[in-house]
Design a protein around this ligand. Structure first.
Ligand SMILES: Nc1ncnc2c1ncn2[C@@H]1O[C@H](COP(=O)(O)OP(=O)(O)OP(=O)(O)O)[C@@H](O)[C@H]1O
Length: 270
């Protein structure tokens, strides 16, 4: 895999808004903002984490970057190109693999799907799928159908398929949220290694502070919605692989936790 050119994969977000028409009685005709006036620059090659409480708008922001959801205002550029729709340089790994895998295709056929669409010759496709099937630890399972796999294995197929397509930008929406603790840790390690090897830009959504600290170079904390915005950005100046038991890790964890505690104080569900 070639290292991506950093400037062409820098993501620039300016005063980005997403609003929907208000449906509550008495408010018809007005709009409510899910996210409001978000400004961010995510550098090419960066591992960037979006951290925030459930329902704050993380997936909405990620889906706008993916081009699946339209923005209501502001700007979003990859390199110098304004983004309005999905593109091959961006790929999404979803929280649930089930909705993204083709149930009638084997593991190998799922991984090779995008390459086949590009009309890549069979031998080259096999070389690539072999590499990523091995990388995610599914060697020996390549002829199984999704229904014959565990949840964690399906999630790994999804990751292998996305990586096989070699996008410059990986958009990951709580991709390990449904996995057991051990598989989750393994996948986090694999992802960290892949990122270090390839220089891809990664935007990783999570609500887990420890996961954010294990993976991210920077962690953007989103405020709880409505009108969600980036309330703070933390640099994580720790070497990889990170040691959860180190004093620095623990201190950062506590700092971010107290950020949330302060936000939660006085907050209530609508
Ligand atoms: N099509 C829509 N119409 C109206 N409101 C929507 C729509 N899609 C999402 N929302 C609202 O936007 C808010 C943010 O949702 P989003 O899925 O982005 O949050 P999230 O931070 O990813 O949550 P979680 O961590 O639970 O997945 C929620 O209040 C949700 O109800």
């Amino acid at each position: 895999m070639a290292l991506a050119d950093a400037s062409s994969t820098t993501i620039t977000i300016e005063r980005l808004n997403k609003s929907y028409a208000e449906l509550k009685p008495g408010k018809a005709g007005s709009v409510h903002y899910i996210i409001k006036d978000i400004d961010l620059v995510i550098k090419g090659g960066e591992f960037f984490v979006l951290l925030g409480p459930s329902g704050c708008g993380k997936s909405t922001l990620l889906n706008i970057i993916a081009g699946f959801v339209s923005k209501s205002g502001g700007h979003l550029r990859v390199g110098s190109v304004e983004i309005e729709k999905p593109g091959r340089e961006r790929a999404v790994v979803f929280q649930q693999a089930d909705s993204s895998l083709f149930p009638w295709l084997t593991v190998r056929q799922n991984v090779e799907f995008g390459l086949k669409m590009q009309k890549m010759p069979k031998e080259r496709r096999k070389e690539i799928s072999d590499r990523f099937i091995k990388l995610v630890g599914l060697f020996g399972h390549e002829n199984k159908l999704p229904r014959e796999l565990s949840g964690g294995m399906k999630q790994r197929v999804q990751l292998a398929r996305v990586l096989a397509n070699d996008p410059d930008i990986l958009l990951m929406d709580e991709p390990f949220g449904a996995l057991d603790a051990m598989t989750r840790r393994l996948m986090q390690k694999e992802l960290g290694q892949i990122w270090r090897e390839t220089g891809k830009t990664v935007i990783f959504v999570t609500h887990d502070i420890q996961e954010a600290l294990l993976l991210g170079q920077r962690i953007a904390v989103m405020s709880s919605g409505p009108d969600a915005h980036i309330s703070d950005i933390y640099d994580v100046p720790l070497d990889y692989p990170r040691d959860v038991s180190s004093r620095e890790f623990f201190a950062l964890n506590r700092r971010i936790q107290s950020h949330f505690d302060a936000e939660l104080e006085g907050a209530s569900y609508p």
